[in-house]
Design a binder for this molecule. Sequence first.
Ligand code: NDP
Ligand code: 8X3
Length: 252
Amino acid sequence: MNDIALITGATSGFGRAAARRFAAAGWSVILIGRRQERLEALQRELDAQTDILTLALDVRDADGIADAIASLPEPFRRVKVLVNNAGLALAPQPAQDVDLTDWHTMIDTNITGLVNVTHALLPILIETGQGASIINIGSVAADSPYPGGHVYGASKAFVQQFSYNLRCDLLGTGVRVTDIAPGMSETEFTLVRTRGDKAASDALYQGTTPLQAEDVAEQIFHVATLPAHININRLELMPTRQAWSKFAVDRD
Ligand code: NDP
Ligand code: 8X3
């Protein structure tokens, strides 16, 4: 029987690239995202390679997630790897100018959504045991504050600490937990963050060499296929052409 990976946010960016990477290696893949037509397109693309199950779901819908995972059809039941990737940033403006609903959307997706999927899948992953993994997609924003990072960065700090705390509780089950924290990566992320401002998104990536979705997918696959006795706790990666900056100072 094939190994099985469940990937959230599989309709774009890292999640879609990870789906392709696992499928190319012969894994069966369960794909979650809200955009049905994108899920169907990916299923058509990958069907010839491996077994694909698509679930058009919003990770914020705890009951929908729990029901879908409780009723996974038999060939897809024994999930080995959960890639908690669905997420987003909104409102790049300063905290004081942000609509509260945008903060709620980030918290509901990046924190509550990730927790919903993890909670629903934990019994299956523990049953799978040795070699199973939870791979949470965090961000360099978890521990590098920047203007406009407000709730987004804080939500990724949650992902990091939740990953570490999960490790403590899962000790002895064989289930590994990793927080993968990428830096600037060219996906639809900035298009979403700027609410469809293609010029702003293009400008961010222009003239430099950001990470590509495939770069991050390769790291996800690498972590997932390490020997069962190795747990990478956190894997942070950045483009070579990105680094931290000095502190900002307010002056008279
Ligand atoms: P994309 O916007 O390209 O992809 C985001 C994915 O998340 C989409 O498939 C989207 O699918 C899914 N998603 C968003 N909200 C929900 C929801 N409520 N329920 C289900 N799926 C949802 O961005 P990236 O690939 O870049 O982002 C993936 C992850 O990587 C995110 O967690 C992001 O925070 C993180 N990250 C991104 C970085 C970057 O620079 N790009 C750097 C570091 C981390 P759909 O809309 O169909 O539901
Ligand atoms: C996304 C990377 O630098 O925009 O997590 O916060 S960054």
